[in-house]
Design a protein around this ligand. Structure first.
Ligand SMILES: [Fe+2]
Length: 148
C-alpha cells in the first residue's frame, strides 16, 4: 500500500536524522592520529545523509504524506539509536558500521514495499543509497582491518 511506503519513508527519515547527527558528533569529537582522515570522512557522511533527509521528506510530501515534525517523533520512528560518549576512533567507526547495517536493512525494506505498489520513483530514490552504503561499509570495515 502507498501508506506503507509513506510510513517507511518517514521511518527512514528518522534514521537518517539520527545518523546525520551522530556523524556530525563523530566529526567534532574524533581525536588521535587519524583525526584528519576521519574528521573529513564523517563530514562526507553527514553531508550525504543531509541530502537524503531532504529527498525523503520531499518524497513523503509528493505522495501526499506529512514528514515527521518533531524530534520526539524522530526518536519514536528511528531504528538507529543515539550513542553519546563514543570516546575513540574504533568505537566511532564500529558504531558507524552498525548504523549502516540498520539503515541498509530499512532502505531495502522500503524499496521492496515501493516495488510492490509499482512506485518506481521511490525505488529509484532509495536504491542508490543502498549502493552507497555497500561501498561505505567496505571502506569503514577496511579501516578497522576487517572485511564486510
Ligand atoms: Fe566541521
Amino acid at each position: 500500500m502507498a501508506s506503507d511506503v509513506i510510513k517507511g519513508l518517514n521511518d527512514l527519515l528518522a534514521d537518517a536524522m539520527v545518523f546525520r547527527f551522530k556523524a556530525q558528533q563523530r566529526h567534532w569529537n574524533i581525536k588521535g592520529r587519524h583525526f584528519f582522515e576521519l574528521h573529513a570522512k564523517f563530514e562526507e557522511q553527514y553531508n550525504r545523509w543531509s541530502e537524503l533527509i531532504d529527498e525523503l521528506a520531499e518524497r513523503v510530501l509528493s505522495l501526499g504524506g506529512t514528514p515527521l515534525q518533531t524530534f520526539k517523533d524522530v526518536m519514536t520512528h528511528a531504528a538507529i539509536s543515539e550513542a553519546p560518549g563514543e570516546a575513540d576512533e574504533k568505537s566511532m567507526v564500529k558504531g558507524t558500521l552498525d548504523d549502516f547495517e540498520t539503515m541498509r536493512k530499512r532502505l531495502a525494506q522500503v524499496s521492496r514495499a515501493a516495488a510492490e505498489v509499482g512506485d518506481r520513483t521511490t525505488e529509484n530514490l532509495l536504491d542508490p543509497h543502498i549502493d552507497f552504503i555497500a561501498k561505505a561499509r567496505w571502506m569503514f570495515a577496511a579501516f578497522l582491518g576487517e572485511s564486510v
